[in-house]
Design a protein around this ligand. Structure first.
Ligand SMILES: [Zn+2]
Length: 321
């Protein structure tokens, strides 16, 4: 098995990390067409893939890796949430697999997601222009960490734009509202949603026997949690409920395979962001004066830090009106 995996580390989009027999994290390589992580789970007589990356090419590699590692074609795909780095590769799997999400996630993909895509398709020049402008900004950036991150973001965005004309927007085919269980011949997995925290609806995949959870973007490892579509309070509630489960290993939405420590880290981060914004509002200070706290300076997705502050600011001030 180990040799087989090593012969497939060829994909430029991800690295394969074996978590336990038959469970693999496909960890995104920055600046490629993956952007987020995915996971491959061998159920025995069938195979489940969690999330499908940003580009068709990356999803194609994921599809091949899944068949190679499990010896089965992919029967099930789970979309943990609607964000494009977890769903755009769906089309690669749609012929043979059922694609599963919550009702809300499918609804958002079918409305907001679809509209956003048609806007992108009707005016790609605007996006290319925005990427070019971001590239100019990147060249002037003096913080090396941030500069590298911007470089990766630009490369991934260019991959996405290159793919766009070939994209067949593919929605989930099966939806659920609270929990769904798939019983394979060798393994049982639970798809669970506790509502929306990172987005309007977030699913995670729980393997109770193996004490493994594939968390989507509810848990990230050494990456800034992305709060632009978040409900921070609900996110904290969800993490409290996840904590009640018996989990030892987490495959996060971004970053390396990790443990409950990273879940606690996300909780601390969200509370910290909320606290900093509340303090700025109370002291009538602008939020753009807030700097990335020292403990997060090496974390990736740092380009989202200011957007996170802004989102929390909007939520706080909206409530006061
Ligand atoms: Zn993501």
């Amino acid at each position: 098995m180990i040799n087989q995996i090593e012969t497939f580390t060829e994909s430029k989009h991800f690295r394969i990390k074996r978590v336990t027999e038959g469970v693999y994290a496909t960890v995104s390589v920055p600046g490629t067409g993956s952007v987020g992580n995915a996971a491959i789970i061998n159920l025995g007589n069938s195979t489940l893939v969690v999330d499908t990356f940003t580009t068709i090419e990356a999803a194609q590699d994921l599809y091949e890796a899944a068949e190679f590692l499990t010896g089965n074609s992919v029967s099930y795909v789970v979309n943990t949430h609607w964000h494009s780095d977890h769903t755009t590769g769906n089309q690669v799997f749609s012929q043979n697999a059922q694609i599963i999400s919550t009702t809300t996630t499918r609804h958002i993909m079918n409305t907001f997601g679809r509209e956003r895509l048609s806007q992108q398709l009707s005016n790609p020049e605007a996006i290319y222009k925005a990427i070019d402008e971001f590239e100019e900004k990147m060249q002037l950036e003096t913080n090396e960490h941030l500069k590298n991150e911007m470089k990766g973001e630009i490369a991934s965005n260019r991959e996405y734009m290159k793919m766009l004309p070939n994209l067949v927007y593919t929605l989930p085919t099966i939806t659920f509202d609270q929990q769904m269980t798939i019983h394979g011949s060798d393994r049982t997995v639970q798809l669970i949603t506790y509502g929306g925290g990172h987005t309007q609806s977030d699913t995670f995949v729980y393997l109770p026997d193996e004490k493994i959870a594939v968390m989507g973007d509810l848990v990230l490892s050494k990456h800034h949690p992305v709060m632009i579509h978040a409900n921070p309070k609900e996110w904290l509630n969800i993490l409290d409920r996840v904590e009640q489960l018996d989990i030892e290993t987490i495959i996060p939405g971004h970053g390396e395979v990790c443990s409950m420590e990273e879940l606690y880290g996300v909780r601390t981060y969200i509370k910290k962001i909320m606290g900093m914004v509340e303090e700025a509002v109370q002291n009538k200070r602008p939020i753009d004066e807030i700097l990335v706290p020292g403990e997060y300076q090496e974390w990736n997705l740092s380009t989202y830090f200011n957007a996170n502050l802004k989102k929390v600011y909007e939520l706080i001030t909206e409530k006061e009106d």
